[in-house]
Write a protein that binds this ligand. Structure first.
Ligand code: AHM
Ligand code: MG
Length: 366
């Protein structure tokens, strides 16, 4: 017998092929063969997907639960008020990785020091860095929030529990991604072989592939920044914003949740900025579990991410909760923002050279 079995309906087969492309299967496919690394990362992504489902479920019903929304009354290591959902989501990531044998340490926005799952440490060679609820100020008004994560290989035994090996550039990330809790729940990830998007099918309880090898447009219309900080920015950033105000083809979008704003730019192009301010010269966003994972994604999608003077993936943090200014998105738009920064630096240098040239020569020592 040859050809397609007539009992197989082609349209059913195509629909089933689509529904069967689950996250764990997709991760395995990104590697050549069933290596240990492929299996580890596939298992890790399944755990992260479970965390995303647990958080999404709680968010869906949060308005109807007595103890889901609002503040705990405590502040975290960043000095920010902690919300009940922050605490819940932080614990979810720990719980899904317990007894996995894969992850020894977790470092998150909500914990001053890394958390060690001691039963995993003899074998667990990976570290999870994460922001459990990104954009938590959106929670009480039922607007989108997200989770951001990165996976790094543990380097050394970390016997003194200081996690010094985490203070390295983002080039060592083996996987990164985010979950967007929006009208649907989406998980977008990379393991260094492009950027892929999955949408949670609530009827199956599975993340199903919905976009493969996503490429960010070279340029897009959106600039995404909190303009309320205008007078706190360096003059170069103010000049860039004046430029977009005076030119056609730009539109502002800012939701207060980095994941949502980044997601829009990944798909439609443009630039997201969180520059340094007078109060926070390094900006607000944290390198290890916010900026670096998104920088890994955007580079894989053909875009770029910069502090203004350095690529985000080249920044070495001096501590786990280190912050950096962030300019991220389409290549052309990031380059345009950087050109304003460079012009200002050049002008400053020229001014200081002129001042030196004008100042009278120092008297020779007697
Ligand atoms: P969070 O992780 O504590 O919620 O803080 C990060 C959030 C980002 O999602 C968002 O881009 C930014 O903070 C908004 O800050 P601001 O209100 O200063 O614009
Ligand atoms: Mg955050």
């Amino acid at each position: 017998m040859s050809g397609l079995d007539p009992t197989i309906d082609l349209s059913h087969k195509l629909a089933l092929d689509r529904d069967c492309m689950t996250l764990s299967r997709h991760v395995l496919q990104q590697f050549q063969g069933f290596s240990h690394e492929a299996q580890d990362l596939s298992a890790l992504m399944s755990r992260i997907a479970l965390a995303a489902k647990l958080i999404a479920r709680r968010l869906t019903g949060a308005g109807l639960m007595d103890d889901a929304l609002g503040f705990t009354g405590q502040t975290n290591v960043q000095g920010e008020s902690v919300k009940k959902m922050d605490v819940y989501a932080n614990q979810v990531f720990i719980s899904v990785l317990e007894q996995s044998g894969l992850v020894c340490r977790l470092a998150s926005e909500e914990m001053e020091k890394p958390y060690y799952i001691s039963e995993n440490c003899p074998l667990g060679r990976y570290t999870l860095l994460y922001d459990p609820i990104d954009g938590s100020s959106n929670l009480d008004v039922n607007i989108n929030v997200g989770s951001i994560f990165a996976i790094r290989r543990q380097d050394g035994d970390d016997l003194d529990s200081t996690a010094q090996d985490l203070l390295r550039t983002g080039r060592g990330q083996v996987a990164a991604g985010y979950v967007l809790y929006g009208p649907s729940t989406m998980l977008v990830y990379t393991v260094g072989t492009g950027v892929h998007a999955f949408t949670l099918d609530p009827s199956l309880g599975e993340f199903i592939l919905s976009g493969e090898n996503i490429k960010v447009p070279e340029h897009g219309p959106v600039y995404s920044v909190n303009e309320g900080n205008f007078w706190q920015w360096p003059e170069s950033i103010r000049d860039y914003i004046r430029y977009v105000h005076r030119h056609e083809g730009y539109t502002a979008r800012y939701s207060g949740a980095l994941v949502g704003d980044f997601h829009r730019i990944l798909f439609q192009g443009g630039v997201f900025l969180y520059p340094g301010t007078v109060k926070k010269p390094e900006g607000k966003l944290r390198l290890l579990y916010e900026s670096a994972p998104l920088a890994f994604l955007i580079e894989q999608a053909g875009g770029s991410a910069s502090t203004g003077s350095q690529e985000i993936l080249d920044v070495i943090p001096n501590q786990i909760h280190a912050r950096t200014p962030l300019i991220i998105g389409s290549k052309e738009d990031v380059t345009l923002v950087k050109s304003f920064i460079q012009d200002h630096l050049r002008e400053q240098e020229e001014r200081s050279e002129q001042t030196q040239a004008k100042s009278p020569p120092r008297p020779a020592p007697a």
